[in-house]
Design a protein around this ligand. Sequence first.
Ligand code: NAP
Length: 307
Amino acid sequence: MKYDVVIVGAGIAGLTAAIYARRAEKSVLVLEGKVPGGQIINTLTIENWPGDMGVSGVELMQKIQKQAMELGAEIEMEEVEGIQKVDDGFVVKTEDGEYEARAIILAVGVEDKKLDLAREDELTGKGVSYCATCDGAFYKDKPVVVIGGGNTALYDALYLSDIVSKVYLVHRRNEFRGDKALVNKLRQRENVEFVTPFVPEELLGEDKITGIKVKMVDSDKVRAGDKYRFLEADGVFVAIGKKPQTAMFAELMELDDKGYIVAGEDCKTSCPGVFVAGDCRTKSVRQLVTAAGDGAVAAEAVINYLD
Ligand code: NAP
């Protein structure tokens, strides 16, 4: 069978696109290599999804997935390994086989950036974590470090401060990229210490994390004794942003220098028949609502392209 559209990625952008494409009676296959729901399933409480204050990421995405499936979208848990352009459409290669499609929507999202410190991979799962809601419970009544200054780090620090004995929030600037309201909430927490402007220098511990050495930014301007801090902690939560998972599409379409798929608000890529939605596209605001908006726009673009 040849699908009208194969959507790669079952996060908010991909599933919203599936809903819109099905309502236009296009045949839709959504392929997802990890867990459906995308990165928001790691957020415990969402405060900026209109109409549902405090909904959890898992709950919201389960509802949206159910809606897409009830409308007739097929969802398969298969990792996409490549997309090939053929005369009358595309062939999508996965770990398990191949699917034919007349059009494609890429909604592949982004993955966690790493600190690029020595032994980071080795200590992942032994104190280093990229997901506070997944791993926070392991650190009950223990001290932890959260690294980053965006909304992910701020939400992580808030969430962890309810569980752990102490949160060191390490950020490379005194100002935060994330929402002021979250920073203010954190400043009121007695067990949260702001460690700014500092950057991680070394992960400490042999078989598991015992702490982290951090270095003051512009440390040449401070007294020798103030250059470094050694923060004792059982866990180090890394939340320094994301990068797109798009390398396999580089031959088919234009990517920017950071790997984001180049497209405007019309969600059209440089490859006719391939559209892009959500965080993996060049855009200025990467939020749940803008990813959902992209899903609708990309689906409408596919409908016009097919008709
Ligand atoms: P982000 O907004 O890109 O923030 C990354 C943070 O890490 C920045 O503060 C950055 O510092 C810092 N950083 C980057 N590289 C670093 C390095 N090598 N060493 C030390 N620090 C480094 O990423 P994010 O927090 O993951 O958020 C991604 C997007 O998702 C954002 O648009 C965010 O608003 C959104 N989000 C939304 C929600 C929600 O609405 N519920 C929840 C989570 C995330 P600088 O600030 O100095 O660059």
